[in-house]
Design a binder for this molecule. Structure first.
Ligand code: ADP
Ligand code: MG
Length: 616
């Protein structure tokens, strides 16, 4: 080309401003220019394919549809060539000299006002081509339109103020963009660097991408294929690539939706939960694509945080090619995708639990912490999540799980509550006085070993129209007959005297002393009038040290021999009776799982022991 054949053109004012920023800014992620140029090439090929399908006349109809990159570390150049639709002279001026798209001016304004320094946004506003100037001091575009009588042209610019266009004979169809790299951008003329970047951003571009003749994108974007055309091995290969995994995925979900949004999602649940082993917080594992071009890796807001263990991709052509982490957070579209995909996932888990209970059980064993986290923190999905929770109960075998819906399905006529109780282990719970009445009346109680379970139940309040009630709650109205026992109770008068005496002895340590209708084997029980003891224990855990326990209600079993003897002893040995009363209370508090001061108790127990030994 000789200079005198080329015509000078001035960039539109907005383009000048944009280029000024692009050229003079410091970038953290300037390698994104490659994604932009490759996505333009892919678009141009897509247009050719469309023209071919609609059988229109095109120049060189038999050209291979591909994208070829050549790096030259000697001359510090990088070229990107496609066999796509190319551009006519008018199109060159229109596309590479002006900003036509709406919204791009707004982007420009935010850039120039320093509101956003995120040049990664560049493609979102239909100005991705100009990002070439992040890395290039000069950009040369050879292009020839697909139209049968089209001429070839060369466009060239250093990005400052103007560009030239010259005619060029004998160009093949399509576009070649040659970047003469800036001094500090020479790495983009190295094959390895370019290959790495393409693998990262453009692995699933649907046309072959070759770097110096070698094909780089070898893994297919299988999520766009029909489900029944994909082999299991293909899924596994894809998962390994995506998750950097060596094993097979544990479960997978592949679905597409057209309405209300066009989405393709391929999601995997891994074999293992590394957070469980203390590996630190798992990073979100879902990458977001727009028409097979990566727009965000490990995207944070595309799924709720509690689904961070899920690996996979979500592709929506409605997403802008370039969206920043900040914009994702407040994007209504992203929120919508999030809801649609989460709903599908929850449904899938529920279906798996129904159709493959063993598999779900295994999943539950490893990943339950995430579902519990979701049920505790995510009000939007709490209801479906609670159906996925699993528990053991007073009715199940030790290793057998049950669920809230199962519990409800077993409810006898007239029972309107779902009962649960928290404790450190099955054995502890089963030995606890709180369970006595339930065992006696054969009412099922769910066992929760995790304080977060009780927290979730508190947040829920109800499930399926049934109230969730902690079995250690002070006011219980258990259905059925009173607790059965053959032993005689104290007379009403004796009971009232004895209760008064206990209250006098224990003073502020209890708020009330009363007869119990819920005890069978134990002499006494403490009840928290305000909350359940499981919640109180959780507070104690959270506050690390002893959380001052409010005085509880002391309920006594007036058919129990200890109570009868104690009642008799208060007139014969008041001093000993007082010690025994104090110990009675503390025993009940220990059974409630409360943290007590062991020193005073050991002293008291020694005194009691001494007396008992003297007696014999
Ligand atoms: P966008 O891709 O969002 O339209 P760009 O700034 O990336 O914005 O590109 C501007 C326009 O330039 C494209 O819409 C397209 O018409 C044209 N263009 C860019 N690269 C190519 C190419 N390789 N082949 C054909 N046309 C291209
Ligand atoms: Mg583009």
């Amino acid at each position: 080309m000789t200079a005198n054949l080329s015509q000078k053109h001035e960039f539109q004012t907005e383009v000048k401003q944009l280029l000024n920023i692009v050229i003079n800014s410091l970038y953290t992620e300037r390698e994104v220019f490659l994604r932009e140029l490759i996505s333009n090439a892919s678009d141009a090929l897509e247009k050719i394919r469309y023209l071919q399908i609609t059988s229109q006349d095109i120049l060189y109809p038999h050209l291979e549809l591909d994208i070829r990159l050549e790096t030259d570390a000697e001359t510090h150049t990088l070229s990107i060539t496609d066999t796509g639709v190319g551009m006519t002279q008018e199109e060159l001026i229109e596309n590479l000299g002006t900003i036509a798209h709406s919204g791009s001016k707004q982007f420009l304004q935010s850039l120039s006002e320093g509101l956003s320094s995120d040049l990664n946004l560049i493609g979102q506003f239909g100005v991705g081509f100009y990002s070439a100037f992040m890395a290039a001091q000069k950009v040369t575009v050879h292009t020839r339109s697909y139209q049968p009588d089209a001429q070839g042209y060369i466009w060239e610019s250093d990005g400052i103020g103007e560009y030239t266009i010259a005619e060029a004979p004998d160009l093949p169809r399509g576009t070649r963009i040659i970047l003469t790299l800036k001094d500090d951008a020479h790495s983009f003329s190295e094959k390895d660097t370019v290959t790495r970047i393409i693998k990262q951003y453009s692995s699933f571009v649907p046309y072959p991408i070759l770097v110096n003749g070698e094909k780089v994108n070898t893994i297919q974007a299988i999520w766009t294929k029909n489900k029944n055309e994909i082999q299991d091995e293909e899924y596994t290969e894809f998962y390994k690539f995506l998750a950097n995994a060596y094993d097979e995925p544990f479960l997978r979900l592949h679905f597409s939706a057209e309405a209300p949004l066009s989405i393709n999602a391929l999601l995997f649940l891994p074999q293992d939960n590394f957070e469980r082993y203390g590996f630190g917080r798992t990073e979100p594992g879902v990458n977001v694509y727009c028409k097979k071009v990566l727009i965000m890796e490990h995207a944070k807001d595309i799924l709720p945080e509690w689904l961070r263990f899920v690996k996979g991709i979500i592709d929506s052509e409605e997403l802008p090619l370039n969206i920043s982490r900040e914009t994702m957070q407040d994007s209504a579209l992203v929120a919508k995708i999030n809801r649609v995909v989460t709903k599908q996932l929850l449904k899938y888990l529920e279906d798996t639990a129904d159709s493959e209970p063993e598999r779900y059980r295994e999943f539950w064993g490893k990943f339950n912490m995430f579902l519990k986290e979701g049920a505790a923190s995510d009000a939007t999905h709490r209801e479906p999540l609670t159906r996925l929770l699993r528990f053991t109960s007073s009715q199940t075998e030790p290793e057998q799980w049950t669920s809230l819906p199962d519990y409800v399905s077993r409810l006898p006529e007239g029972q309107e509550e779902i009962y649960y109780i928290n404790g450190p282990s099955r054995e502890t719970i089963q030995a606890s006085p709180y369970l006595e009445a339930f065992r006696d009346k054969q009412i099922e109680v769910l066992f929760t070993y995790d304080p977060i379970d009780d927290y979730i139940f508190n947040m829920l309040g109800m499930f399926d129209g049934k109230r969730l009630v902690s079995a250690d709650q002070a006011e219980l109205n258990l259905p059925g007959e009173a607790v059965t026992t053959e032993k005689e109770p104290l007379s009403a008068e004796a009971l009232s005297d004895f209760a008064q005496w206990l209250k006098d002895v224990l003073q502020d340590k209890v708020s009330e002393v009363r007869a119990s209708a819920r005890l069978v084997e134990s002499p006494a029980i403490v009840l928290n009038p305000h909350t359940s003891y499981s919640m109180q224990r959780m507070m104690q855990l959270m506050h690390k040290d002893t959380f001052p326990s409010a005085p509880g209600i002391l309920e006594i079993n007036d058919r129990h021999p200890i109570i009868h003897r104690l009642n008799a002893m208060r007139s014969t040995d008041a001093e000993f009776a007082q010690l025994a009363a104090e110990q009675l209370l503390e025993n009940a508090q220990i059974a409630a799982g409360l943290i007590l001061d062991p020193r005073t108790m050991v002293q008291r127990l020694n005194t009691i022991l001494e007396k008992a030994l003297n007696l014999s």
